[in-house]
Ligand binder design. Sequence first.
Ligand code: MN
Length: 294
Amino acid sequence: MENVLGTHGMVWTSEWTHEAWELAFQRAARAGFGLMEVPLIKPSAVDAELFKRLFLEYTMQATGSVCLTSHTDVSSEDLKIVAKGEDFLRSAVDVMHAIGGTLIGGVMYSAVQKYSGPPTRQGWNNSVRSTQALADYSKERGITIAVEIANRFETNLINTSAQAMRYLDEVDRDNVFVHIDTFHQNIEEGRPGAAVRLCGDRVGYVHVGECHRGYLGTGGVDFDDLFLALEDIRYTGPIVFESFSSTVTSPDLSAALGIWRNMWDDCEDVATHASSFIMQKIIAARQRKWVASH
Ligand code: MN
């Protein structure tokens, strides 16, 4: 088993205190996870020394995720806003580097918001240039970038795997990959397998989330299709459980992602369920492949 199982930090907490994260790591390790994704919403709030220690102590892999706002939107036509976004992204890379992390995923190419139209040519180009600069800055620090395909209500730039491929072609950097997320794909591409196969060896990060962002297997996402496709492309990267409930999520992230109701109250229960669900699906996909080839 080469894939490391991870969880998004906001499954556990949205506080930035030592106590909250100590408990988050403890619980995540107990639930069977070997990777913690640090949401770099406000990089300055992250105590790099604390996280460095926690990652070593719990022998977990470190990744981070970002999302931009209208004030830091690198797909803006306003170059002042683009520059602000680039500053923000560099600070996120600096924090990841200080923690000892190796990958940043998420929406680093536009704001996470409902746009009122598709991107302009200039907006797309500004975004591509920004991601090129981010990739170069990250490469010097040993960090990979994974561009998350997100649904139409949260971005207008990369909603499908085909758009992600076009974006990666234009960015043209060897440390930039695709970040797959089943929650978003459920809206835009239906069955996730075809999208995964289209991206192939350019898939660098995977978020596993249900269509309502709650317990895995209780919604409409075709996880059998996803895990079979990940087997087909021989994906060996992280598989990260992402789920949000208003019991944990911070008000600003709740507002950006539309987390208006509780999908769960007990983070340990939802996460323990997720880790065994994911393991079972991986094993089932391998068995199906083995049976098919014999
Ligand atoms: Mn995601």
